[in-house]
Design a protein around this ligand. Structure first.
Ligand code: GAR
Length: 213
């Protein structure tokens, strides 16, 4: 059994998708939010999952917050830390502590459009394909070895909101899948390249892993 701790900041729909996926051999030990108002906390509690708040406003600086957050996480001794719409930048020491066992979902086809407002940036850039990326977390923001990506077409009449909705629906497919691969021990990291052993190829829907050599 692999233990997961999921970090959220708000709605928590990706966390919900992961919980609803009922991944065999995965146990969600806790959902932790940096905001007491994070709506996803209610869903977690309703599922009987321990839901906790480490409010970043209660700490003098990032290091103090990171330390408190790490203590809250480590209490559960997780095998995997899952950032699911967690919108605080984490310090290098924190990231290194969970190296190889912390993953994030970002709403763009990285390395395009790191940071905020990814859907607006995609429309402004005139790209025809946009999407989402699941990656291991490294100290550089929205960087790190890519586990899986999913793409959606950008239509001429797409707004920021309509594009966000299309991408989010794909996030809810790709993130539970990536977590499942981790739990099954099927991810191999070699530098920037992640391979998924025994992934069905050429691809599963729009989910595109690298074949293992
Ligand atoms: C998701 O679109 C996720 O990709 C994004 O925030 C949203 C959270 O939604 N994350 C980032 O932008 C991280 N850089 P959710 O709370 O409903 O899962």
């Amino acid at each position: 059994m692999k233990k997961l701790v999921i970090l959220i900041s708000g709605r928590g729909s990706n966390m919900e998708a992961i919980v609803r996926a009922s991944i065999p051999d995965a146990m969600i030990a806790a959902v932790i939010a940096n905001k007491p108002t994070a709506a996803g906390l209610d869903f977690a509690r309703a599922q009987g999952i321990e839901a906790q708040v480490v409010d970043h406003t209660g700490y003098a600086n990032r290091d103090a917050f990171d330390e408190a957050l790490a203590a809250a996480i480590d209490r559960h001794e997780p095998d995997l830390v899952v950032l699911a719409g967690f919108m605080r930048v984490l310090g290098d020491d924190f990231v290194r502590r969970y190296e190889g066992r912390m993953i994030n979902i970002h709403p763009s086809l990285l390395p395009s459009f790191p940071g905020l407002h990814t859907h607006r940036k995609a429309i402004e850039a005139g790209v025809r394909l946009h999407g989402a990326t699941v990656h291991f977390v490294t100290p550089t923001l929205d960087c790190g070895p890519i586990i899986a990506q999913t793409a959606v077409a950008v239509s001429a009449d797409d707004s920021e909101a309509s594009l966000a909705e299309k991408v989010l629906a794909q996030e809810h497919i790709i993130y539970p899948q990536a977590v499942r691969w981790f739990v099954e021990g099927r991810l191999r990291v070699d530098g920037n390249r992640v391979t998924v052993t025994d992934a069905r190829l050429p691809c599963e829907g729009w989910i595109v892993p690298l074949p293992d050599a």
